[in-house]
Design a binder for this molecule. Structure first.
Ligand SMILES: [Zn+2]
Length: 112
């Protein structure tokens, strides 16, 4: 009986560690993405797909309805292709003015 109690406690601790790890990862993602785009809000984040297309999307750290999360990458519909592709946030400062304009013109649906 005592053994069962210990196992249940271990399970609870493991679940809590998993939750804390998920929160830490989300906070880290928020910090990195915020630094790249210069704001904490998920509106209008410039991303690049695997084919090099630039577009703007709604990127909320830790949550997404229209994309499959793969850590730093997301499997998402590229509106330029149009096709499904892995996308990553782009450092806006590294883009030319032309690239920034292009990305701003192409915005996917405003759903996180
Ligand atoms: Zn694309």
């Amino acid at each position: 009986m005592a053994e069962l109690g210990v196992q249940a406690k271990r399970r609870r601790v493991r679940r809590r560690v998993g939750l804390v790890a998920a929160l830490v990862l989300t906070a880290l993602e928020a910090a990195v993405v915020a630094r790249r785009r210069g704001s904490l809000l998920g509106m209008d984040t410039v991303v690049r797909c695997r084919d090099g297309h630039l577009f703007t999307t709604f990127w909320v750290p830790g949550g997404s309805f229209k994309a499959v999360r793969l850590g730093w990458w997301r499997l998402q519909r590229c509106p330029v292709g149009p096709h499904w592709s892995l996308v990553t946030p782009v450092d806006v400062a590294s883009l030319t003015a032309e690239e920034r304009d292009l990305a701003a013109q192409r915005h996917d649906v405003r759903v996180p």
